[in-house]
Design a protein around this ligand. Structure first.
Ligand SMILES: Nc1ncnc2c1ncn2[C@@H]1O[C@H](COP(=O)(O)OP(=O)(O)O)[C@@H](O)[C@H]1O
Ligand SMILES: [Mg+2]
Length: 318
């Protein structure tokens, strides 16, 4: 804990900082050695994020492209006209939570443990739909309070399909370019929504590509945007059901996560085996790949659990 007097003094120093533009780096270092503020913990590493996505996320060319591009454009814009709103969609075990964690880790020095990265899980934070009014007030106050404290706050909402209907719309004023109502720093925040909604339309697109002998990597982002937005808005349990966040176009990009094939899952197995010091065990890779279940019935192209069941299966076969 930093003592209050030191905290106040370091805050003063921060306000005076623009006066010392040529020695900005030195003063920032001094300030940050005393402060726990978000300006100090915010250390975006765009190249690191791109590399992590490219190297450690398998079979997700759309997520790699969309996340790298949107995050890099957003962070390079000095004064963004609206916050960055990413909505990640796809079947279970395809890498949505993994990618959101990579984002948090490459933005803040203390990664996902940063006090400026806020994670919400509906079953934990908003378990009872009948209390939606109470949750709306609490969520609005939480977001507003934290944005006042730190303009670069990151808000992650996992399992959106379990979000009580009507709750997420309380964020509408924070997500748009509302210059008059709110101050500029509300537009530097990043929001990430995660759900399985749209998994069928995504899987249909990959199957259609397969049938027409088109490589899955040739599927483009804009082919899926509208279909996912439509699903999110119209499904009763998407967290975005009838939501103005969708109808007003406040989501920057809907990021599709494609269903993983056996080859992708085997890459997950190999990566995890290597982490445990068993890089050469191709027999285990084969065995785990063969022990998982695949869909659809005709074709059996996609792992029904993505890479989620991999650690448990490795334990059985190692
Ligand atoms: N595309 C992928 N590439 C590499 N690892 C993956 C991928 N998808 C899932 N995994 C691994 O599988 C586990 C579950 O993934 P997770 O991101 O939690 O899936 P979900 O899409 O359900 O959020 C994690 O350990 C993650 O590292
Ligand atoms: Mg998840």
């Amino acid at each position: 804990m930093v003592p209050f007097a030191v905290k106040m003094w370091s805050r003063c120093l921060w306000t005076l900082l623009p006066l010392f533009v040529p020695v900005h780096g030195v003063f920032k270092k001094l300030y940050c050695s005393l402060s726990e503020s978000c300006e100090c913990d915010f250390k975006p590493d765009i190249r690191g994020l791109e590399w992590d996505l490219y190297k450690n996320v398998f079979g997700q060319h759309l997520a790699q492209e969309a996340v790298s591009q949107e995050v890099s454009t957003f962070l390079q814009t000095k004064s963004p006209d609206r916050p960055l709103v990413l909505s990640l969609h796809g079947a279970s075990g395809t890498g949505k939570t993994l990618v959101s964690s990579m984002l948090g880790s490459h933005l803040y020095g203390s990664g996902m443990n940063s006090p400026f990265v806020h994670q919400f899980i509906p079953t934990l934070h908003f378990p009872q739909a009948q209390h939606v009014d109470k949750y709306r007030r609490a969520l609005k106050d939480w977001v507003q309070g934290n944005l006042t404290e730190c303009a670069r706050s990151v808000f992650l909402f996992d399992e959106m399909e379990k979000m009580p209907p009507g709750l997420i719309d309380v964020l509408e004023p924070f997500l748009g370019p509302f210059h008059v109502v709110y101050s500029t720093n509300y537009r530097k925040a990043i929001y990430v929504f995660i759900s399985t909604v749209g998994e069928e339309v995504i899987s249909k697109a990959v199957l259609a590509a397969r049938r027409s002998d088109r490589d899955r990597d040739e599927i483009r982002l804009n082919e899926l945007q509208e279909a996912i937005a439509h699903e999110a808005f119209n499904s009763t349990d998407s967290g975005f059901s009838g939501s103005r966040v969708v109808s007003q176009g406040l989501v920057t990009v809907f990021v599709p996560f494609l269903p993983l094939t056996r080859a992708h899952v085997e890459r997950c197995v190999r990566a995890q085996l290597c982490q445990r010091g068993h890089c050469g065990r191709s027999d285990v890779v084969q065995a785990v790949g063969g022990a998982l279940s695949y869909s659809p019935k005709h074709g059996q192209y996609f792992s029904t659990t993505g890479c989620k069941a991999v650690p448990a299966k490795i334990d059985l076969h190692l």
